[in-house]
Design a protein. Structure first.
Length: 488
């Protein structure tokens, strides 16, 4: 982390200006939620210490240097235009340049003959919610009956997505008469890529939210934003913003235990040191949050909560990414959804990052909900991916594969299973001035960077006593959706 030296100077300034008074707030975890909480609180005038156990930021949206390949790799994360909180955080860091925006979405069908068929879905001249209609009408991946079924399903979402998360999306698809091809070539690829699980395991509420926001609300809400930097580098401008705001950022600071002092302040033990703060925000994953909370008191001594913290019923879903470097250009697409294959998404990172043709191609292939891949060997996964990608990008058959990597993220996201809302806790906890900031809290969003940014900002608001104080406005509806949507 290049800012480590600057972190020390920020700490020295804190000591000079506050006479060693403990920070107002300690935030544990420098993932998206922790960064969002720390920046929001610091902008509001709080003295904030941000602790991160690793040497890099980003949490589960991280990148790392591969020691054998001399490359920095990550699992590709994307942003939609409706993700207003993560977008605003990047704007506050003056790093809008690090997101490349796309209005169109390409679906590719495999072809053994070397001529894969393309379907383009992109905004046309009609007002929302009809702005994608022409693209759907022309898409060869769908037949007439499939398009009629999709139109019927979309019409049911005009007023908004389901308010309850009790129904599975698979049941919703059956209830609305979706065809097999419509499911395979539209609903399922989008849901699996966005929510990292199959339609049977996802609630209709959160699947519906994705389709309502991305395809109906407005052309701007459905834009696809792809970071042009590896993920930890992508968040470095946010770290620099935190430092400018006076946040004491401490990397390689693993928290061993937390405790409440007799005077009500919070003690945070990290290594050989101990911090005190009037408020503590845990921006940590489910496993670490459970560990830290369990150290506070036995179950019988815990304060009563309106909604108990129940971690064991969360389903954790994996993502596997295959990274391929070729000696020449093999694609004219920056990204594409792949149909009828195990790989759901293709990102040509060399094109997204603006490489010259002489540098060759760097592809990332994403397998979401990759439980079958977790026990597989790297060689098995790679061999399967190479066979499949040749059906979509025929030029790889003539190219030379220079190097490759397989990255398995066994705990990438949580699944938005039906009924999960009852288990997602608020940002407040039974303990006074102890808060949780994470995508798995009650954010009304699935497990995404936007969900994490919302979790961090909601926790920061809970610290100040105004839960929604720091939330960005929702993406506005345009066209006819201004009159049709429940939330214009």
């Amino acid at each position: 982390m290049e800012s480590r030296g600057r972190v020390k100077r920020a700490s020295d300034l804190r000591r000079r200006t506050s006479d060693a008074t403990p920070a107002d707030v300690v935030v544990v975890g420098a993932g998206v939620a922790g960064l969002a909480a720390a920046v929001a609180l610091a902008r509001d005038g709080a003295l904030v210490t941000l602790l991160e156990r690793r040497a890099f930021v980003g949490g589960r949206a991280y990148s790392y240097p591969h020691p054998a390949l001399d490359e920095t790799i990550d699992s590709q994360h994307v942003i939609l235009g409706c993700c207003t909180n993560i977008v605003e955080l990047i704007q506050q860091a003056e790093a809008e340049w690090s997101i490349r925006w796309y209005d169109e979405l390409c679906f590719l069908e495999p072809s053994a003959s070397g001529n894969p068929r393309r379907s383009w879905i992109k905004p046309g001249p009609l007002p929302a919610p009809l702005h994608q209609a022409i693209g759907f009408y022309r898409a060869p991946m769908l037949g007439l009956h499939d398009k009629v079924a999709i139109a019927n399903g979309m019409a049911r979402m005009l007023r908004g997505y389901p308010a309850s998360d009790r129904e599975s999306f698979a049941a919703w698809l059956k209830r609305t008469g979706q065809t097999d091809r419509a499911i395979r070539h539209f609903w399922e690829p989008i849901v699996t890529g966005a929510l990292n699980d199959v339609v049977e395991n996802c609630s209709a509420k959160y699947a519906g939210k994705i389709f309502h926001e991305a395809f109906l609300r407005s052309p701007q809400a459905g834009r696809l934003g792809i970071p042009t930097k590896p993920m930890s580098e992508f968040f470095e401008p946010v770290v620099k913003l935190a430092l400018r705001l006076g946040v004491d950022v401490r990397m390689n600071s693993s928290v061993d235990a937390i405790a409440r002092a007799p005077d009500g302040r919070w003690r945070v033990k990290t290594g050989d040191s101990e911090l005190e703060a009037s408020a503590l925000v845990l921006a940590t994953d489910l496993r670490q949050t459970e560990r830290l909370m369990s150290s506070l008191a036995g179950a019988s001594a815990r304060p009563k909560a309106d909604k108990p913290f129940t971690f064991d019923r969360f389903v954790i879903a994996p993502i596997t990414t295959i990274h391929l470097w070729y000696d020449r250009e093999v694609s004219d697409l920056d990204h594409a959804a792949l149909l009828d294959t195990r790989i759901q998404w293709l990102f040509d990172k060399s094109r997204i990052r603006g490489w010259g043709a002489s540098r060759g191609s760097y592809l990332e292939l994403v397998v979401s909900a990759s439980w079958p891949e977790v026990p597989m060997t790297r060689e098995h996964i790679l061999a399967s991916a190479l066979r499949e990608i040749a059906l979509f990008l025929p030029r790889v058959r003539e190219a030379r594969l220079l190097k490759s990597a397989v990255l398995k993220e066994a705990r990438a996201t949580f699944s938005v299973t039906p009924g999960l809302d009852d288990l997602r806790p608020p940002q407040t906890t039974p303990w006074p001035r102890l808060y949780v900031a994470a995508d798995w809290t009650a954010t009304d969003w699935p497990s995404t960077m936007e969900g994490a940014a919302r979790g961090g900002r909601l926790a920061a608001g809970a610290v100040t006593g105004d839960p929604t104080q720091f939330l960005a406005p929702e993406s506005p509806a345009t066209g006819l959706m201004r009159f049709l949507s429940r939330n214009p």
